[in-house]
Design a protein around this ligand. Structure first.
Ligand code: GUN
Ligand code: ZN
Length: 432
């Protein structure tokens, strides 16, 4: 991990560029150079400015003709569901019973968990994703397997054991006390080790008793640096169920807030059927929403309202939510996001789309001082996109000169084939 230089077109975001994009909020270098030392960014700029000052102690990788972006950030994904992606039919509650829960039971076996974790992380890298917020299963060994595999690849990852003590098969339930103790032991073992962080993970309100949510909130108070990761307001049947299970609380969101689970480090997947007061509540807490467009379409859950989230000031990250999501590719996910917002009559311009997939995700995860842009000192995780990944893409790109047009072609036609390479701390962990 010595001194390295990478030459390509380079794009990164300093903050949310909005739509139409504000050019002061991103840096674009058509013939750019990214300099790293010890896996960290030291500089980014025009090759013509930076090349003359380069010493000869630096290894130069030439990606000319391609685009370097900060590694994609997937703000919500279930690694144990990799084996049930593309399972036919059903909406959320039936899908969980029929596909997700049986798949998750297999993670009692550490060998199965290790195999799935390695496969999952290599798939993320093939798709240019370098950081994710990940649900494991109820089994602590599923978290050990995941973090071991992430540490072996030096990836920045956040994960946690699912807390679930009711409304699930017995083989998938813990208890308030055991869930608390297991989570605490996992935090001691893994949080802050290398690039790993822990997320306290009550799966969602229907599978946790009030006692369990209270214990999760207690843990969040005891370990304020831990994340809180859960699902909220995804499916109408789920909403009605939560209203029956927690009649004393005014809303689904307020169940989490009541138990001390709505704070600055909380990530809420979906947030589809909220009102503006609820969105403002999320924003005021400093929590973030994970927008999961392929999952929301696949399960028929609903259309996310990005404009309303923007108006309320909510931080939004983009997420695949595999296995209900249909791809680990953040390009496919951006494409679905674009389509969802079209159905809502809302704009997702190309620059803001790529902001959401990189720096926006880092912001949602409160990691923007480490990843998501090429600010000096940030970790040099990046993806290299190929404009000629398929014959059709090559033909379409040949006519696309402007950056925004090229980004939109990647968004519309791209998938894992468009990822030429993925670097972690400067090192190539994947090359197509
Ligand atoms: N809500 C609770 N668990 C899940 C899950 O595994 N996937 C999705 N999409 N929603 C959930
Ligand atoms: Zn999910």
């Amino acid at each position: 991990m010595g001194k390295r230089a990478f030459r390509a077109s380079i794009l990164h975001f300093l903050s949310d560029p909005g739509c139409p994009a504000d050019s002061a909020r991103f840096g674009y270098f058509p013939d750019g150079l990214l300099l790293t030392d010890g896996g960290l960014v030291t500089a980014v700029g025009d090759a013509s400015d930076l090349l003359p000052g380069l010493g000869n102690d630096r290894q130069l990788t030439d990606y000319s003709g391609k685009l370097i972006l900060p590694g994609f950030v997937d703000c919500h994904v279930h690694y144990p569901q990799i084996d049930i992606i593309a399972s036919y039919g059903e909406q959320l509650l039936q899908w969980l019973e029929r596909y997700a829960f049986p798949a998750e039971m297999r993670f009692a076996d550490p060998a199965h968990a290790a195999d799935a974790a390695a496969f999952f992380l290599d798939e993320l890298l093939r798709n240019g994703t370098t950081t994710a917020l990940v649900l494991a299963t109820v089994h602590p060994q599923s978290v050990d397997a995941f973090f071991s595999a992430a540490a072996a690849r030096q990836l920045r990852m956040i994960a946690g054991k699912a807390l679930m003590d009711r409304h699930a098969p017995a083989a998938l339930t813990d208890t308030p006390e055991r869930g608390y103790a297991d989570s605490k032991a996992l935090i001691r073992r893994w949080a802050g080790v290398g690039r790993l962080d822990y997320a306290i993970t009550p799966r969602y309100a229907p599978t946790s008793s009030a006692e369990q949510l209270a214990r999760a909130g207690q843990l969040a108070r005891e370990v304020p640096e831990a994340y809180v990761h859960t699902h909220v307001s995804e499916n109408r049947e789920e909403l009605a169920w939560v209203a029956r299970l927690f009649p004393e609380h005014p809303s689904y969101l307020e169940v989490y807030a009541h138990y001390g689970l709505l704070g600055e480090r909380t990530i809420l997947a979906h947030c589809l059927h909220l009102n503006d007061a609820e969105r403002r509540r999320i924003a005021a807490a400093g929590a973030a929403t994970a927008f999961c467009p392929t999952s929301n379409l696949f399960l028929g859950s609903g259309l996310f309202d990005l404009a309303a989230s923007d108006r309320a000031g909510v931080h939004v990250g983009l997420a695949t939510d595999v296995g209900a999501g249909t791809s680990l590719s953040m390009l496919r996910t951006l494409h679905a996001a674009y389509q969802v917002l079209q159905l809502r009559g809302q704009a997702l311009c190309p620059l803001r789309a790529f902001y959401l997939a990189t720096r926006g995700g880092a912001r949602a995860l409160r990691l923007e001082h480490r990843i998501g842009s090429f600010a000096p000192g940030n970790e040099a995780d990046f993806v290299v996109l190929d404009p000629r990944a398929t014959p059709l893409m090559a033909r379409r790109m040949a006519a696309a000169r402007q950056l925004e047009e090229r980004l939109f072609v990647w968004l519309t036609l791209g998938d894992d084939r468009a990822v030429a390479a993925t670097h972690v701390l400067g090192e190539p962990l994947y090359r197509r």
